[in-house]
Design a protein around this ligand. Structure first.
Ligand code: PRX
Length: 653
């Protein structure tokens, strides 16, 4: 890691915005950074939304509990749809392309009608203000419609990424006590059908809170799935049948600014994912504000954020932010390399995408596939590029700049988290000279700082990234777990938000993100807790103990390596056919959590290095898994353990 940090800090290239970009940018005056009165500043953003009742107090802060725009009433779906009808009714709100190439477009008026109908459907199924609705879907328009329909009636959605296993879905439904589950027959991924309904059934059968399962027929898939989709009488209903009967007239529920908009589960340092809670007024205000300034959204942009709605990026920057800003949002269902590795570039060319927001892991895959692929396409519609989810290495940044941005488009490297709700550290593309690998400056109104262990600010140098004052889209808590909320984020320094990330600040005040400092691994931009993977491994009947670490990976940034101690009863078998045994364990983790948690490497061991207090020394395991010289071993209970482990894996590699 320290080599990487040194390399980053030797990065002196700087890319100021062109005069033309600066002139036309939504934020083009340095004075936007002078936020003297933070509350007045955020209130001026909130005023750009539609409120049924205006707030009486901008902020009530009883650390760590914040309330924004107190007393105000609004509706998120009305802000994303209704308020655009008069001026943008016929403008495309959503342009969607499925992996097989089917395209569907919804104008604001059409999306409004679909959302209103589905809101009535949800009501007819008994969903009320404050209820939770689980969404487990492929990236199809109905997923967006379902989210907005929940918002319309004041129900909170809990979207579970369609790549998660049925067990992961079951745990999330049970924790949130969702009343209704919305799913689809299947989704497309790399030409294959992912049988979501089947997975959803396995979960829902164990969830007594679920009263109904609504199933979207993925039309192109219907024929192929006839015998794999079974509908449970009284519980399951077809989306298209319910929609046929539903009225397109549904007055939005005017909810309190602090009404829960959604919960979204994310990994932390324990074995159990936590339901991050976001509310309505503050969240929407900041998602909207960052879209306007970071993505510089203009009336004629076609904006594509490649995230799935299963992640927070899909919530804030596929649905709520851009639709609140009245943008045309493009959504693609499938894989970037299907049917060929140039699918993204052909989509940009075909749909004339002007703003493209993706993850470093994707960029590194594109690099590997070669610049000849984007070069063969007309990408002249692009004017702004974004990156999110993990640190972007300068090499990937430069490639993105050269081959996708054609040295014309500013790149916004945006740092934020499920918990922050919106982008927190980012260049404003018309104002900030970018440096490859740096997320640059805090968004105006955000107090991001580097602190040392004692909570003192580090002006230039490294430490922990912290947010020192409340912001509108901050998480309001962890669903039904206030203790964890307080201890996880607010215990290190009272009243100050601990991000879990390490970062550095250079002489220009720019932030350089260095990755997680806790037991969370960022695999291909997705958060996985080491404990979650360890629990999945020890759940396998052959595993006695497991320790999981993140290792460097060319494409994923970080991949998972798992050290496992095999029970003596299975040790012979593991030795006889190690490849088969490793695959069995990897498959087990995929089945328990989902393919994103699948370990890259399984290393069988007879012991694990532990400190005298019994803590696993992950740093040493990382050294071994990556074949490096061993770090400090002086605190180990039994230094011979690690030495023999290292010998073993050096021999094998
Ligand atoms: O470690 C940081 C990394 O992703 C974490 C948040 O993950 P998640 O809640 O899943 O949200 C991802 C999308 C916002 C952070 O704690 N991260 C996110 N963006 C960046 C980043 N690391 C470096 N640079 C970024 N731009």
């Amino acid at each position: 890691m320290s080599n990487e940090i040194d390399a980053l800090l030797q990065e002196h290239r700087s890319f100021p915005p062109s005069d033309e970009f600066r002139r036309n940018a939504n934020a083009n005056d340095e004075s936007v950074y002078d936020v003297a009165d933070r509350e007045a500043y955020w209130a001026s953003w909130a005023e750009q939304l539609d409120w049924q009742t205006k707030w009486h107090t901008v902020l009530e802060w009883n650390a760590p509990y914040a309330k924004w725009f107190v007393g105000g009433k609004l509706n998120a779906s009305a802000n994303c749809l209704d308020r655009h009808l008069a001026t943008r009714g016929d403008k495309p709100a959503l342009i969607w392309e499925g992996e097989p190439g089917d395209v569907r477009t919804f104008t604001y008026r059409e999306l409004h009608a679909q959302v209103s109908k589905f809101a009535n459907v949800l009501k007819s199924l008994g969903v009320r203000l404050g209820d939770r609705v689980a969404i487990y879907m492929p990236l199809v328009p109905e997923a967006v419609i379902a989210m907005l329909a929940c918002a319309r009636i004041g129900a909170a959605h809990s979207v579970v990424f369609g790549g998660f296993s049925s067990e992961a879905l079951r745990d999330r439904i049970q924790d949130a006590e969702a009343k209704v589950l919305i799913t689809a027959t299947a989704g497309y991924r790399r030409g294959n059908l992912v049988p979501l309904k089947k997975l959803a059934d396995a979960a829902a059968d164990d969830c007594p809170s679920i009263e109904h399962v609504v199933v979207v027929m993925r039309r192109a898939a219907a024929d192929e799935l006839d015998d794999t989709v079974s509908m449970k009488p009284d519980r399951d209903c077809w989306y298209h049948e319910l929609m046929r009967e539903a009225s397109a007239d549904c007055e939005p529920e005017w909810v309190d600014s602090e009404q829960m908009l959604y919960t979204l589960y994310t990994s932390g340092t324990t074995g159990k994912p936590k339901g991050i809670v976001h509310t309505t007024g503050g969240y929407l205000t900041e998602a909207y504000a960052t879209c306007k300034w970071v993505f510089d959204l203009k009336e004629d942009d076609v904006y594509w954020c490649t995230a799935d709605i299963g992640w927070v990026t899909g919530h804030s920057y596929v649905v709520y932010g851009p639709l609140a800003a009245g943008a045309t949002v493009f959504v693609y269902e499938g894989a970037p390399d299907w049917p060929k590795q140039d699918r993204f570039w052909s989509l940009i060319e075909k749909h004339k995408i002007s703003i493209f927001y993706t993850a470093p892991t994707a960029i590194r895959a594109f690099m590997k596939w070669g610049h000849e692929l984007p070069e063969a396409h007309d990408l002249s519609s692009l004017r702004l590029l974004g990156s999110v989810g993990e640190p972007i290495n300068p090499e990937a940044w430069m490639w993105y700049h050269k081959w996708i941005g054609r040295e014309r488009c500013p790149i916004v490297d945006t740092w934020w988290q499920t918990e922050t709700g919106s982008i927190m550290i980012t260049p404003l593309p018309g104002l900030v000279a970018t440096k490859p690998g740096s997320a640059t400056r805090a968004f105006p109104g955000i107090d991001a700082k580097i602190l040392d262990e004692g909570g003192n600010e580090v002006k230039v140098g490294g430490g922990y990234l912290a947010i020192t004052t409340p912001w509108p889209s901050m998480l309001r808590g962890i669903w039904r777990d206030p203790e964890r909320f307080e201890s996880q984020y607010w215990a290190k320094w009272p009243g100050i938000y601990f991000t879990g990330d390490g970062a550095k600040r250079d002489e220009d005040g720019y932030f350089w993100l260095l990755g997680r400092v806790d037991d969370v691994i960022n695999v291909a931009g997705h958060r996985i807790g080491t404990m979650e993977v360890e629990s999945a491994l020890v759940d396998h009947q052959a595993v006695a103990e497991a320790a999981v670490v993140g290792i460097n990976h060319e494409i994923k940034g970080t991949a998972i390596a798992a050290f496992v101690i095999v029970k003596s009863s299975r040790a012979e078998e593991a030795k006889r056919d190690p490849a088969k045994f490793e695959k069995e364990l990897k498959d087990h983790v995929s089945a328990k959590i989902g393919a994103i948690a699948r370990p890259e490497k399984i290393l069988v061991t007879v012991d694990l290095p532990k400190t005298r207090s019994g803590k696993i020394m992950r740093r040493l395991l990382r050294d071994i898994a990556e074949g490096r010289a061993l770090g400090d071993v002086t605190t180990l209970a039994d230094p011979t353990v690690v030495a023999s482990l290292k010998d073993k894996y050096e021999e094998e590699s």
